[in-house]
Structure formats: structure tokens, C-alpha cells
Design a protein around this ligand. Structure first.
Ligand code: FAD
Length: 639
């Protein structure tokens, strides 16, 4: 594993060395311990799987940890007892929320507002840090602090709701949590040649937003390949594409909404019966080239490409032919750690001591996490990390039982909790194994879900002059055999109080590779499974080598060398990152959607996680948690 010469000694000591040292010396710190190493999974994932984690509070929790992967696979393979008669501790709460991502936090916020005097809640999460997919990485490159997202990335600033109680999604939580509406970004120096920057890791993929970024598309070729800069604005003129291909692509790219529907439900009934590719080919007679061009945005947003994704998603996301172009002044924003900023706002509201400092934007978004504040006896909400729920089952018939028994594992031991109600703010792939008395119709509904993997590779650079020389801040390429990824970019980093990351080609920056694993043409489930195999069976050094090789392929001609330019790499692997909204996911022509069966829940258990929405998003994720709480409100007050 190489870190490059530019990661400071403090950086290295904080991350890798402590990790290795802790494991070798068998160090154990009292719970909840950031300094504790997520154990490498015996027999499945090698010791070189997880790799370097950066510095700061998130350094031991980047993507799924080896321990999380190993425990989940053991559960799937029937490696735990069915009844868990022997446990090391027993506790009782009114409510248990499994999952401390945005859905779980939405449920916890509702609990904190609606709980009766004396009611208690325990939140369990299997990772060493809360936030689920909305976490962050931190680097220290030659004394410069750099923060980047591990997954969940960015947002549009929503309108101020007229009636907060009636509001939902982003608008509701944005207002309720008091998130600011104006942000500072770096001004690009007038002395440099003009360059445009996305404010997140998605803008450069979206028609109507990509114009804000200096984007280069790399066409591989015999002589090392060529770049087409701002190719859409230049009407593909500098690309090696045939005239026919250009005509088709430009026709597709220029299309506004070709179908108009009275309501989203009417749109879903009409469009959720075919893939976006089928819509383009059958209804508009556009060649598959247009579909391939849409793949990267779709796969980056919902896991797989046009051949696998419902046309209804293209109606909801801004894709040509089903949506109009976005207004030209619209911009996205991304907190330093992406949507972990929202997670921090939730935590600050729920357990104020959990984030050090005041209620200022700066302190909430960049302040230290106080893990020992999370799980204190006597507080109404306790958050317990590194704890995987293995069994959730009513004590008796679900229709009449007064309690649910939850067994979770922590540090290799089993613990029991009893609760009057349980919210599973987790994911369908694991709920099927954890929830033991799940009704058959719910299990069957879950079996229809497809989960796609995703890798966010954050590369810390000492400088990015090699991009500047090309005149770009973002790159895309068509992945061919042996390549890594499809895109990378540097954001214009949000400036927050004392956190002032630079934006200059000779200063450090994070180059992020947002990497889906779509394989157009294969059945959707096969694409997801093969992608997950690739994600989970590739070691850190193998990924590091192929990322460096890809960067050499793209940027060697403009002066890139890994030894000089790369300071460090963090891999964030998400095995079941995104639910795949296939045709029929939203109910198709019949309106009967598998997710509606899941949302019904049963007895004292509710299922509330963002994949039920269909396109995963921070605000709707929290809404799911709120819905889950509402569903169980009467169960919480009855015994
Ligand atoms: C790469 C990527 C980019 C994204 N970009 C954006 C974006 O730009 N904007 C946006 O709004 N949204 C984005 N999203 C989507 C958004 O982040 C998610 O929808 C949301 O964060 C998911 O919240 P959740 O609570 O449903 O699930 P999660 O975040 O997955 O949280 C569930 C938690 O439960 C834990 N868990 C699971 N099983 C158990 C168990 N048995 N015991 C204990 N704990 C368990 C999980 O490990 C996890 O920590 C992105 C997602 C990804 C993956």
C-alpha cells in the first residue's frame, strides 16, 4: 500500500499506523471507540482489503467496514443461531430504531418531538460512525485539511415551506433544522486562465448543470487518445464520433419533455412499464447511443443504466425527452463532507453534545464528533454504534404481541433488547435475514428489489496542474477493458468559517471518482451481482494500482505522475448502495408496487428506509423514517 510522499506524518499516524498497531497489540478501548480497528473479516476479506482511511473522526469508517461485510454475510449464510438463547446483556426500551442513516435519523427526530414523558429509544448501527451512506473522508496534505463525501453528495437548496407541518422532504428538514441558504465558494483567480467548477460531484453529469463545469471527455485511441472539452456546448464538433452518431446524440440532448402528465401517479402508470432505453428506442426511434450516453448519470444516481432503469425515473430526474432542461441559474451545493452535513444537523438537534461546539453552521459541519455523548444512560435517545441487529422478532403472534425482541452483536458478543416497537431503517437486502417473523408477502416483495453497489474513491492530490493544463476540472470517459471508473472531478470546495480549502492548480485538492458498476445488456440482477463481486473481491492495492493506471492513461500527457501528484487514496465501498428502480418498481400499469407491501409493515415493526422511495435522496429518506414512526405511534402507547 503506498501513500505517496505528501501525506503528513500525523496523517499516517492517525490512520494506518494506529490501526495496525491496535490490531497487533490487541488494544481495546472502552466503547464506543473510534480508535478501535474494524476487524478484517476472517476467511473472506484479506487484511489489505480496507486500506487507508485518512485522518479525523471518520478515519476508521469509510464505506462498509470489513466487520460489517463479514457479519452480514455470515447472517445471510445462516452462521448465527436461530434463537440466541444465550446473551450477555438485557435492556428494555420503548422504541428501537435499527440504522443511523438519514431514514433512522428522521424517525429519531419524530420520536424526540412526539415521545411521551419517560419514553426511551435505542438506535443501533453497525458502522463505527453514524450517517449511513452520508459520511465523510478527511485528509491532511502537507498541513492542508481537505474534507470530501464518502457517498451521499449534494442537494438543491429547497424553497422555504409556507406550512412546515405540511411540508415534506428536503424543504421540511432544511427549514426545521435551520440549515443556511447561502454558502461561500472559492473565487477563481482572474490571473489564471478561465476554468469552471462543479459545486458537487454530480453537476458535470447533468444536462443543464454541466455547463458550469469545464468538462473533458476522453476518447481512447491508438495514439493515446484525444480530449473533447465542453463537447456538448461545442455540439460534439471535436469528437471522433461519426456524423450519424453526432446527429443522434444532439437530437436526444436537445429534447425537452415529450410527454406531459397531470400527476406523478399518472406519469408512473404510463412510464413505469418500460426502461428509459426502451422509451428512447421504441417511442422516439433513437439509437442505443443516446441510451449509453444517459447511462452514467442514471447509474451514478440510481445504480444502473438506461437498459435497467424505469422510464419514470428519467421523468423525475432531469433526462432528455422526459424532462425540460433545468433553469440556467440553478446550482447544486455540497457541504464539505457531502450530505453528512445534514446528518450532523440531525445529530446536533437530537443529542447536542454529539457534535462539539456551538449551534453555528461552522461548528455543526466541521466540528469534532463526541462519541461518548451518544450512548449515555438516562438520555431519552441513545445511539449505539458498531452494533449489528441479527434477529428481530415479535414475542408471540405479531397481531397481538406486546413486545419485539431484538438481538444484536457487538464485539463478538450477543445482546438482547426488548421494545414496544421497532423501525427497520436499514435496507431490504438485510431485513430479509434479520426480521425473523416477516410475513411471506413482505418477504416476496423484498425479493423483487435489486441493490446496486457503488465505489467512491477519493484521491488526495498535492496539486492538479495536470487538469489545469488540459483546461478541465472534471473528466468522463467510456470504460473499456482494463479501465477504472467513468468519471472524476474536483469540486469548488465550500468554504465554512475556519475551514478554507484552496482552489489553485498548485495546491492540494480531492479528486473524486464516483464509480457505479453498470454493465449494459446483462439482466439487471446480474449487473448488480457482478458489480458487487468486483467491488468486494478487489483488494485496496489492486484498486490503487488501477486508479493510478487510469490517471496515467488520462493525464500523463498533461504531466501527471502518481509519485509526485498523489498524496493518498481512500476507498468507500458500498455493497448495496442504491436500490435499482426497474420498470415496475413504482407499480407499473397496475399501480401495485412491491414497496407498498413493504411499507405496510406488520405488528410492531415498520420498514422505513430510503430505497422505498425509488430514487434515493436525503430528505425523502428522512420522510420514510417519519412515516415509520407515525405507523407505530399507537403501538408505542399500547402494551
Ligand atoms: C454514492 C451515493 C451518492 C449519493 N448522492 C446523493 C446526493 O447527491 N443527494 C442525495 O440527496 N442523496 C444521495 N444519495 C442517497 C442518500 O444518501 C441515501 O438515500 C440516504 O443517505 C440513505 O439513507 P438510509 O437511512 O435510508 O440508508 P443508509 O444511509 O444506508 O443507512 C442505513 C444504516 O443502517 C445500517 N444497517 C443496516 N443493517 C443493519 C443492521 N442489521 N444492524 C445495524 N445497522 C444496520 C447501515 O449500515 C447504515 O449505516 C447518494 C447515495 C450514494 C450511495
Amino acid at each position: 500500500m503506498s501513500f505517496g510522499p505528501h501525506i503528513t506524518r500525523r496523517d499516517f499516524l492517525n490512520g494506518a499506523l494506529l490501526t495496525v498497531g491496535g490490531a497487533v497489540l490487541g488494544c481495546r478501548t472502552p466503547q464506543p471507540a473510534l480508535s478501535e480497528t474494524p476487524a478484517a473479516a476472517p476467511g473472506t476479506l484479506g487484511p489489505d482489503w480496507y486500506g487507508y482511511g485518512g485522518v479525523g473522526d471518520y478515519r476508521l469508517s469509510h464505506g462498509n467496514t470489513p466487520e460489517v461485510v463479514e457479519t452480514a454475510h455470515r447472517l445471510r449464510d445462516g452462521g448465527y443461531p436461530a434463537d440466541f438463547t444465550r446473551v450477555d446483556s438485557r435492556e428494555t426500551y420503548d422504541l428501537v430504531i435499527v440504522g443511523a442513516g438519514l431514514a433512522g435519523l428522521g424517525a429519531a427526530l419524530e420520536f424526540s418531538k412526539r415521545r411521551r414523558e419517560g419514553q426511551t429509544c435505542l438506535m443501533l448501527d453497525n458502522h463505527p460512525i453514524f450517517g449511513g451512506e452520508a459520511k465523510e473522508n478527511e485528509f491532511d496534505v502537507d498541513g492542508v485539511r481537505l474534507i470530501g463525501p464518502q457517498g451521499s453528495n449534494s442537494f438543491f437548496i429547497p424553497e422555504v415551506p409556507k406550512d412546515l407541518d405540511a411540508a415534506a422532504g428536503d424543504a421540511r428538514y432544511y427549514a426545521e433544522l435551520g440549515v443556511p441558504r447561502e454558502f461561500q465558494f472559492r473565487d477563481w483567480p482572474a490571473s489564471e486562465k478561465p476554468l469552471r467548477f462543479g459545486r458537487d460531484n454530480y453537476e458535470h453529469l447533468v444536462r443543464g448543470l454541466l455547463e458550469h463545469t469545464s468538462l473533458g471527455h476522453f476518447f481512447a485511441g491508438k495514439q493515446g487518445g484525444t480530449w473533447a472539452i465542453d463537447m456538448w456546448q461545442r455540439r460534439l464538433a471535436e469528437t471522433p464520433l461519426s456524423q450519424d452518431a453526432r446527429r443522434t446524440l444532439l437530437q436526444w440532448y436537445g429534447l425537452g419533455a415529450m410527454r406531459h402528465y397531470e400527476t406523478p401517479e399518472a406519469a408512473a402508470r404510463a412510464l413505469d412499464i418500460m426502461s428509459y432505453q426502451q422509451f428512447l428506442e421504441q417511442e422516439l426511434h433513437l439509437g442505443s447511443q443516446a441510451a449509453r450516453s444517459a447511462d452514467l448519470l442514471l447509474a451514478s444516481a440510481v445504480g444502473l443504466g438506461s437498459d435497467a432503469i424505469s422510464a419514470y425515473v428519467a421523468y423525475e430526474l432531469p433526462l432528455p425527452a422526459l424532462s425540460d432542461p433545468l433553469p440556467p441559474d440553478l446550482r447544486r451545493a455540497s457541504f464539505p463532507g457531502g450530505n453528512s452535513g445534514f446528518v450532523r444537523y440531525f445529530l446536533k438537534r437530537l443529542i447536542p453534545d454529539a457534535i462539539g461546539g456551538t449551534n453555528s453552521f461552522e461548528d455543526i459541519v466541521t466540528g469534532p464528533i463526541k462519541l461518548d455523548a451518544l450512548d449515555r444512560a438516562g438520555q431519552p435517545l441513545r445511539v449505539r454504534l458498531r452494533s449489528t441487529a441479527l434477529s428481530v422478532r415479535h414475542e408471540g403472534d405479531p397481531s397481538s404481541a406486546g413486545t419485539v425482541r431484538i438481538v444484536y452483536t457487538r464485539d463478538g458478543r450477543f445482546h438482547e433488547v426488548k421494545a414496544r416497537a421497532v423501525i427497520m431503517a436499514t435496507g431490504g437486502w438485510i431485513n430479509r435475514h434479520v426480521v425473523r417473523d416477516m410475513p411471506p408477502e413482505c418477504r416476496e416483495a423484498y425479493q423483487q428489489f435489486i441493490h446496486a453497489p457503488f465505489l467512491v474513491a477519493n484521491v488526495a492530490l498535492t496539486n492538479w496542474r495536470f487538469l489545469y493544463r488540459l483546461g478541465i476540472s472534471a473528466a468522463t470517459w467510456d470504460r473499456s477493458e482494463g479501465d477504472f471508473g467513468f468519471t472524476c472531478n474536483i469540486r469548488n470546495p465550500m468554504q465554512v468559517g475556519g475551514y478554507q480549502p484552496p482552489l489553485h492548480p498548485d495546491r492540494p485538492a480531492i479528486l473524486s471518482f464516483y464509480t457505479p458498476f453498470h454493465r449494459p445488456g446483462l439482466p439487471a440482477r446480474v449487473q448488480a451481482t457482478q458489480g458487487r463481486m468486483e467491488l468486494l473481491t478487489t483488494s485496496y492495492p489492486q484498486f490503487e494500482r488501477s486508479i493510478h493506471a487510469q490517471m496515467v492513461k488520462l493525464f500523463a500527457s498533461s504531466g501527471f505522475t502518481p509519485e509526485k501528484d498523489v498524496a493518498g487514496l481512500i476507498l468507500n465501498r458500498w455493497g448495496h448502495a442504491l436500490t435499482v428502480p426497474f420498470p415496475g418498481f413504482f407499480g407499473g400499469a397496475s399501480g401495485q408496487a412491491p414497496r407498498d407491501v413493504v411499507r405496510r409493515g406488520y405488528g410492531r415493526i415498520a420498514f422505513a428506509h430510503s430505497e422505498l422511495v425509488g430514487w434515493q435522496h436525503w430528505g425523502p429518506a428522512a420522510d420514510e423514517g417519519r412515516r415509520g414512526f407515525g405507523q407505530l405511534a399507537s403501538a408505542l402507547s399500547s402494551s
